[in-house]
Write a protein that binds this ligand. Sequence first.
Ligand code: GTP
Ligand code: SPV
Ligand code: MN
Length: 613
Amino acid sequence: MSVLPVASAPSAARFHGRAALEDWVGGIAALTGPDRVVWCDGSAAEADRLAKAMVADGALIRLNPEWRPNSFLARSDPADVARLEDRTFICSATAADAGPTNNWRDPAGMRDELGTRFAGAMRGRTMYVLPFSMGPVGGAISQLGVQVTDSPYVVLSMGLMTRMGDEALAEIQGTTSWVPAVHSVGMPLIDGEGRRIPDLPWPSNAVKVIAHFPETREIWSYGSGYGGNALLAKKCFALRIASVMARDEGWLAEHMLLIKLTSPAGRVHHVAAAFPSACGKTNFAMLQPSRPGWRVETIGDDIAWLRQGADGRLRAINPEAGFFGVAPGTGEATNPAAMATMWGNTIFTNVALRPDGDVWWEGMTPTPPDGLIDWRGEPWSPRSGRPAAHPNARFTVAAEQCPVLADDWDSPDGVAIDAIVFGGRRARNVPLVAEAADWTDGVFMGATIASEQTAAAEGPVGELRFDPFAMLPFGGYDMAEHWNHWLRVGERLGTKAPRIFRVNWFRKGNDGRFLWPGYGDNIRVLDWIVARIEHEADAVVSPIGLLPYRHDLDLAGLALPDADVRELLTVDAAGWRHECDEIEGLFARFGDRVPRPLVRRLQQLRWRLGSYA
Ligand code: GTP
Ligand code: SPV
Ligand code: MN
């Protein structure tokens, strides 16, 4: 069988069962030409062998085991440090299927390009085969995938981030379907004349292509070894491909954290929250409440798959098994649970190295230790005028090490969701918290998330852009269709639908400082959300949603100036009229595919703002 992605063949016929898998692996090996093919079993011994070999080759630095046992530092190529949105492609049958916010490529053209790029791409290297399960193996909401890669760094990372190895492989039999994902760093170790070329610590081709074929559910990634470009189970499968599966099958694949929240009265709620990249999902997922009696326990920090359960409620799983978290800004003061999680068995990428063999990054401690080596391997001091860690430096660690992991985090049927929260980085306009009047209003809130750009993707940091459902870089099909899909899911859930809220931890005063203390104090907002769910708090009706009465917000001990609290809860009518113009511009990009209820909702918003002081 041809191994190149097929644009139109029904996926049903191709990627089912074990024989098809062996065929496919053989085909990829024939195309890419590795020295050997290794099927990974996912064992600790296998990871240990690989890590030792990488340390010997200079591809990983072993950290001082006194401080950080079984942990490693990887330094990437400086040209390979984040997701590359303009090199990420959705190759659906038509450009309209991909929608105006995705880079569309004709599937046949992309197939040709990939055929050329991948031919011989693994010569001189080992090709690893990684069977993995997204979600608990055999779970009702779970899915299987197989990635092949020529990067041992990716093998180690996938071992931490997914349930990878023999258990997942054993599930692939009969007619079980699996998602194929092909990855190469695009740097063969044998040249055109058959001569061996020395390897680099972080091989990566200057040309990068991250391609998705939604119809056949295939992923092909070339040239990058970093994060979402290379750990194909994560954004490529669990969001871009899964969002298409979800559309076709009536569920949701979203860029959301998941938590279990216990109130001082012992009541338990589950919350799913969507924020754009590097906007605080990991912090929220491991939030250490500043108020007594509250408990937040982690289920997931990046991706949620949600599906209506037999009881009619929306149930969610974290399809991942590890965290790939932003290091800078993570410290004892902001996220002690994350710090505890990475006590050992952790891969750090692009952080700084201390002279005693431990790691450091901006925000880990208030002052940098002496004698640091920066993420590029150069001596660094505070006078260097550049950060010691790359702003998108990350830690990779198994979820099981999180001290506040919820007991139901890997429940095969998922957890029932009580509230959905949308957020973003907004210096202006968006209040601390608002509740949607109904599901449609909530979908409007999700569709119109805007956020200041972060270092998680290459691009202008700080610039405000729309990021609908925090899925702009991760949708496998037209965003407007995604909004329609959300409306349909809401109709099916009916009265059992979770309540929807919008939050903003990032509002700034005119002097540029954050108005809200954030982090552990965000529990005060969750407190109000629970009070709303439990019918224990009234709300102020405003044009942009239901706002808290000040007396319902627990602000004890914060010493927030009155003016700040007012600003955090105000609706600036002029600012929102401008926002309406921007939203109209967003909707215009999608033409008549924007759901009518959302268009009407925008009209209502304008009308209500018109008479709002
Ligand atoms: P991805 O992994 O890229 O999807 O992102 P994430 O949303 O998990 O990012 P993460 O939680 O690592 O975001 C970290 C950034 O958010 C850091 O810059 C933090 O300082 C900032 N942050 C998190 N919570 C808060 C908060 O409550 N207030 C403020 N001001 N900043 C916060
Ligand atoms: C994000 O950018 O949202 C991430 C990191 O979670 S990556 O996996 O690299 O996409
Ligand atoms: Mn993310």
